[in-house]
Design a protein around this ligand. Structure first.
Ligand code: SAH
Length: 380
């Protein structure tokens, strides 16, 4: 009996163990689970029919149990003049999120320049390739509950968490569309799209495992950004498999931070920085702090000096992001001299600070601009 479409569940998001259990429950040998795992995450099939090596009866069985691959559909694509592509991706319940393909990254993945200029074997050989360190910025929730005053996503509120399969599915859909395959092609992931990843912790961390073991993206090429969900920062620190951590600082004192990021009332700078200090870094790893510069609000030399004090003694670097403006956002982007002055104060005090390049501002693909703004741009 065919199960109704809305009852279907996704194979994408299942671990090797879960797929093996599925195979065994269908009286198939365990290695069929491995085969499914490989087809889903490494080959990134769109349809079960593509797995021609899978016995017909097993395929039918999976189908009849109501499973489908579960890749999100690409609803819209916006292409920036700088090569950045913003994707509107929709799921089976009609909800959608955005994810961004940045062929040359935005300098936020490494931020200290260590990755710039480094090339993989493959990219050197592939003369047609226009990039050598692409980055995908992905979403973890539909909307966001955190309510940062400078972020467009906040205007949506939070609709729901994404499943692990929906998190992984964004990357699979984009890799398919861009015809790119890790690990041969070097791809970085940043959990910096819509949502607060650490408020969707179990699905986020399950997706991390699937990226590493299935898709072929090492944890060292992933960064998760948080507004500062302190208990989950401790949890992340204890994980054996985890991305690098970036913390959205965005203000240099509690009064200002509470005004810009109401979450600061729950976990203030003292608690946040204690968690940062106790975070178990790997050898040579640095903690990243992100700081959105808002003209005449948090970008004065005095603010920069306060940041220096806050971060004293931490093995860290700071990514400065000049505000990406958006409709309904009451702040202005600072001028370049103000940004450079802020950076200089940090650098002079020995705090490495990097200015993130805004990628795809013209198509509302830059940090904080993801709001499913189909109505704002027309170049599909
Ligand atoms: N919720 C997570 C991840 C998503 S936001 C977090 O808060 O970290 C990713 C980054 O974009 C954060 O550092 C955030 O402060 C920054 N950001 C949000 N709105 C922005 C805007 N309008 N301009 C520039 N950066 C912004």
């Amino acid at each position: 009996m065919q199960i109704a479409k809305d009852k279907q569940s996704a194979l994408l998001g299942l671990t090797l163990q879960e797929l093996t259990d599925l195979a065994e429950s269908a009286r198939q040998p365990a290695y069929r689970g491995k085969q499914l795992f490989h087809s889903l995450y490494s080959e990134r099939v769109v349809d079960l029919k593509q797995i021609s090596t899978l016995p017909q009866d097993f395929r039918c069985d999976i189908d009849q149990q109501g499973f489908e691959v579960g890749l999100p559909a690409i609803e819209k694509k916006f292409v920036s003049t700088d090569g950045t592509v913003r994707y509107l991706l929709s799921f089976s319940d009609g909800q959608s999120v955005e994810a961004v393909w940045m062929p040359e990254g935005d300098d936020g993945e490494s931020g200290d320049g260590t990755e710039a200029g480094e090339q993989t074997e493959v990219s050197r050989k592939d003369a047609a390739r226009k990039w050598d360190r692409a980055t995908i910025c992905l979403s973890s929730q539909v909307g966001c509950a955190v309510d940062c005053q400078f972020c467009l996503t906040a205007l949506l509120g939070v609709k729901r968490n994404l499943t692990a399969g929906e998190i992984v599915g964004q990357v699979c859909a984009i890799l398919n569309d861009q015809q790119v395959s890790p690990p041969n092609d070097r791809v970085n992931l940043v959990f910096m799209g819509m949502g607060e990843p650490l408020l969707n912790y179990p699905n986020f961390i399950k997706a991390v495992g699937l990226f590493v073991e299935g898709v072929g993206i090492p944890e060292s090429r992933m960064t998760v950004s948080t507004a500062g969900i302190v208990p989950r920062i401790y949890d992340l620190s204890a994980e054996t498999l985890r991305p690098k951590l970036a913390i959205s600082l965005n203000a240099s004192n509690d009064a200002l931070r509470t005004q810009l990021m109401p979450i600061n009332k729950k976990w203030n700078l003292e608690k946040l920085l204690l968690a940062a200090r106790e975070f178990q870094l790997r050898p040579r790893e640095k903690l990243t702090f992100e700081y959105v510069l808002l003209d005449e609000v948090n970008d004065s030399p005095g603010n920069a000096r306060e940041v220096v004090e806050l971060l004293r003694g931490l093995r860290t670097k700071v990514n400065l992001i000049a505000l990406n403006p958006g409709p309904g956002i009451a702040f202005q982007t600072p001028s370049q001299p103000r940004v450079l002055e802020f950076q200089r104060i940090l650098m002079d005090a020995g705090v490495p600070a990097f200015i993130r390049r805004p990628r795809g501002r013209d198509i509302f693909a830059a940090c904080g601009q993801l709001k499913r703004t189909a109505e704002l741009t027309s170049n599909t």
